[in-house]
Design a protein around this ligand. Structure first.
Ligand SMILES: NC(=O)c1ccc[n+]([C@@H]2O[C@H](COP(=O)([O-])OP(=O)(O)OC[C@H]3O[C@@H](n4cnc5c(N)ncnc54)[C@H](OP(=O)(O)O)[C@@H]3O)[C@@H](O)[C@H]2O)c1
Length: 300
């Protein structure tokens, strides 16, 4: 049975990875918090800050994983513009630490990147398209990809976009932001000009398991099934959960005056993952059925 170490396990994706890997693998969850946020408090958990090389080395030595899944990242896109040092330490230096250790001990490192490595002029993008990030977050994630290519440990770069779902004490993702505001009957402004394929955290975690089973190395796009703009995605949420879609006010990205520029036609082609791994993300409505079931189960 493969031994899996998950970093950033208290994040949105991290908690879905724990859900899947705790059942079938010998797994250790790690994060910067002093305890696991996962509802199953029996999950094996250790503190790990990936930007700390010695802490990473000690834990990797002790646990001796076959695979490290790096879900740790500084993910606040606008904050990356004015906290560049912290962003670089986590998103690039942290990955460099893991990559060096994975090369030393021959560990398969699975690392997540983003469609924000592209400029959004002609998405959705395939693995062969040329990156050209607009903002500092995208630049740091592209730099993290290049660190892996340079250090050349056994690695998989899984690019994804707009991860959504329910998890304990995580930052608001787009789905939760829309759902919670509509449930409170609050109006909200949603952009009509940003296109991508939103990705259910659980689908990405299942895709990651396929990567491990196939020992697939290289760069791979793992994202949602449907390509749509944020406004239409918000309308789908309203319709599915029987909430008032009239509270959604269409606006354009430029009106938000965000610190970081956004790719307009972002998103990722997932043909390679479908062909090579039989990756099968759900339709948007099926992801909502799943999330409703998960909410009713009452653990998140
Ligand atoms: N969310 C998206 O829409 C999206 C889109 C494309 C790609 N991705 C990529 O997908 C991956 C997972 O994203 P996510 O949405 O699950 O992000 P998330 O919810 O922000 O989770 C990231 C986790 O990493 C932790 N972390 C931060 N610094 C760390 C450090 N130095 N060492 C260890 N852990 C650290 C965070 O802790 P704190 O919360 O305490 O800081 C958080 O628990 C990331 O690589 C992200 O870049 C995300």
């Amino acid at each position: 049975m493969k031994k899996i170490l998950i970093t950033g396990a208290n994040g949105l994706l991290g908690q879905s990875l724990v859900d899947i890997f705790q059942k079938k693998y010998t797994m250790i969850a790690t994060g910067v918090e002093d305890r696991s946020m996962h509802p199953n408090q029996n999950v094996k958990y250790q503190i790990l800050d990936i930007s700390n090389f010695n802490q990473s080395k000690d834990l990797i030595n002790k646990f001796a994983p076959d695979v490290i899944i790096n879900a740790a990242s500084f993910t606040q896109v606008d904050a990356c513009e004015n906290q560049r040092e912290i962003c670089w330490q986590i998103n690039v230096k942290g990955v460099e630490n893991l990559a060096n250790l994975c090369r030393r001990y021959d560990i398969h490192l699975i690392h997540y990147s983003t469609d924000y490595v592209f400029d959004g002029k002609k998405g959705p993008y395939s693995e062969n398209d040329r990156p050209h990030p607009l903002g500092y977050y995208g630049k740091s994630k592209l730099a993290s990809e290049n660190v892996l290519r340079q250090i050349a440990c056994p690695f998989t770069i899984a690019r994804t976009c707009v991860i959504y779902g329910n998890a304990v004490q995580v930052k608001k993702n787009f789905y939760l932001w829309v759902l919670e505001n509509l449930q409170k009957k609050l109006p909200l402004k949603v952009v009509t000009d940003q296109y991508n394929n939103p990705t259910l955290a659980e689908d990405l975690a299942l895709g990651t398991e396929l990567v491990i089973q196939a020992s697939l190395l290289g760069t791979l796009h793992l994202a949602g099934k449907e390509y749509l703009n944020r406004f239409d995605f918000a309308v789908s949420i309203a319709k599915f959960f029987d909430l008032d879609a009239n509270l959604l006010q269409p606006i354009e990205t430029a009106q938000l005056k965000q610190a970081s520029p956004r790719p307009m036609y972002g998103g990722l082609k997932i043909d390679k993952a479908i062909e090579m791994l039989q990756y099968e993300p759900r339709t948007v409505n099926n992801t909502f059925s799943f999330l409703k079931w998960k909410m009713n189960r009452n653990d998140r």
